[in-house]
Each structure stands twice: as C-alpha cells, then as structure tokens.
Design a protein around this ligand. Sequence first.
Ligand SMILES: Nc1ncnc2c1ncn2[C@@H]1O[C@H](COP(=O)(O)OP(=O)(O)OP(=O)(O)O)[C@@H](O)[C@H]1O
Ligand SMILES: [Mg+2]
Length: 350
Amino acid sequence: MDAVELKGVTKKFGSNVIAVDAIDLGVPDGAFVTLLGPSGCGKTTSLRMVAGLEHPTAGEITIKGKRVNEIPIHKRNLGMVFQNYALFPHKTIFDNVAFGLKYRNVSKSEIAERVRRAIDIVRLPGVEERFPTQLSGGQQQRIALARALVIEPDVLLLDEPLSALDANLREEMRGEIKAIQRRIGVTAIFVTHDQGEALAMSDLVVVMNQGRIEQMGAPAEVYEQPRSEFVANFLGNANFLPATVSAVEAGNVQVALRDGTRLMVGGAARTLAPGEPVKVVIRAEKMVLGAEGALSGAIVAVDYLGATARYDVELSGGEKLMALATIRDGTRRVGEQVRIGVAPEHCRIL
Ligand SMILES: Nc1ncnc2c1ncn2[C@@H]1O[C@H](COP(=O)(O)OP(=O)(O)OP(=O)(O)O)[C@@H](O)[C@H]1O
Ligand SMILES: [Mg+2]
C-alpha cells in the first residue's frame, strides 16, 4: 500500500488560477519522492494539501490508506520542514525540538529522551541550551529536521529546505537528509526546483509543469528517457535536432538531418514511419567531440567551467548544439572544426 495517495487532486484559487490540476500520485511506503518543477508549477500547493494547510477543490488524499480530506492538520501526524527554518527565536533548541511533543500527552522524561534522540539523529548533540541565532544556517535547518522527526511522523514533508543555504552546505545537507531518511525509514515528500537535488536524493522524481504531472520515475529513468520536450529541457542540457525519419528496420531508426547527415537513433517512445518529421533529443554531455563522428561543425563559443567546458557548435546544416566535455588538456578554440560522435542509445525521439 502507498503511504500517501492523491487521486484526481485539484486546487483552484479563485475562479481562474488552477494551481494543481487533477493529479494522481502514489508515494510508496518508506520512499523518498521529489516534486520537481519550475516556479509556480504547483509543488508547494500539492504539499500543503497533503499537510492539511490547504483544502483540495476536488479529489481525494489518503495517508496510510485513510482518507484525510476532512482531517485537520494537527491530527495527520506529519513532520514538516520549510525553506526558512521557522525555529522559535526565543526558545532554546531543546524547547524548539520538544514543541511538537507538548500537546501529545508525553511524559517529561520521555520528552527529554526523544529530544535527545532527535538531536542525535541530526548529529548536533550538546546544543540543547543554545538559542537558534547561536547556530549556523545549516545547523538551524538540522534542528528544524529534528523537530519534524521527534513526533515520529507517518510522512515527512520538506518544502525547499535547502534553498536558504550556500552551495557547499546544500550539497552536504542533501546527503545528510537522505541518509537520515534511509536510516529511520520514514516516507518523505520533498519539493525542489533544483534538478541536481532531485536526481541525487530521490527514489522517485515527479516532474510537474503548470499544475500537472509531466512524468514520474526513478531519477535515471526520467533523465535518460524523457517523454516530453519539457522534461528533457528541465532535467539537464538537452539539444533538439529537427530531422526526418529515413529508415526503420528491426527497431533501429535512421534519421536525416537538414543537411542530409544520417544519424542512428536508439530509443523512440513510439512507432515511426519513414518520411515522418521528428525531433531528436541529445544531451549535451553525451556528445563526443573529436576527429570522428557523424556530425560535423565549427565551435562558435567556449565556456570554461573548471572540470568541464561547454561548447556551442554550429553544424554544417546550421543547427546549433551545446556539448559538455570533461577538460583534460585544455579547451578547444572558437573557430575549430570538429566532428561529433554520439551513440545511438543517446539519441532519442520524443
Ligand atoms: N494563496 C494563493 N492564492 C492565489 N494563488 C495562489 C496561492 N498560492 C499559490 N497560488 C498560485 O498557484 C500556483 C502554484 O503555486 P505554488 O506555490 O504551488 O508553486 P510552486 O511550484 O511551489 O512554486 P515555487 O517554486 O516558486 O515555490 C501559482 O501560480 C501561484 O501563484
Ligand atoms: Mg513553492
């Protein structure tokens, strides 16, 4: 059974804003599921409906098999962590973490024990008597996590909990949150617009766009097998080449680019017929620049990125491509002629 299930869940604000548009989603028990999508696509609204902070306009939400539409927030047993840690500034760390237990009829000694354990889990023993301002941003966010975990929630809801942290800390914390979730086995729904975060942390990525679910699947699946231009674009650097199907044989598809260049294509999401106009998707890091390859063109721009370089290449047919390459001995130069090889399995037709 799924820990959380959304069936046809819709949220309208007023008469013309459809924030969430009839989504169906099952969150497996113990899984780490991420809602990923651009600003305004309905991630927070979806999470707030699971939490009980927002009431669905239509549809049904179940938690552990029980319909919760009519159940108020404090009776849903959920842990929540938001972007701005939202710790109480005038309470000690101990009181902040203990807060969720106060109204739960838990004895004083048990509160002390559970707070100690929660602070241990987030690896901050010894900070109990401090105040939030005496902790760093990353430490405060860990305390917010401890406060959410102390009640032993059925589901942990996290809305962009790392976005206030700097890049290094973000990466450290994403590993830590994931490790904690794994260790205690709590079901988690995580919201982010950061694709790297989503791919690194999730068992299941749910890509949202304009209130709808575009695609969901394991990280490698949504990345390697995008089903739409939106998903291909949002997850990583994708190139789209207009082409015409020139041959279909035993599952192998050959396409012709504008200048007649032939390219073998591995994956197609549907059946194709010769003569059909298509778009071929190739990720920037799957292209191999060198002396060989089906495509040829000239480098028109180079961005040095440290470990990698980003090349803009203009093909002989006029199309522009972006290629990412690991830097070994310096970068290539603008104006240089190159050939580009790309394996059939890395060319996909949507
Ligand atoms: N209380 C509200 N009243 C009116 N419209 C709202 C309200 N809350 C959200 N919306 C609208 O609903 C849509 C979805 O908003 P939501 O906050 O869920 O997006 P999001 O995916 O979390 O975006 P972000 O990445 O910017 O946080 C947006 O168009 C937003 O303007
Ligand atoms: Mg949001």
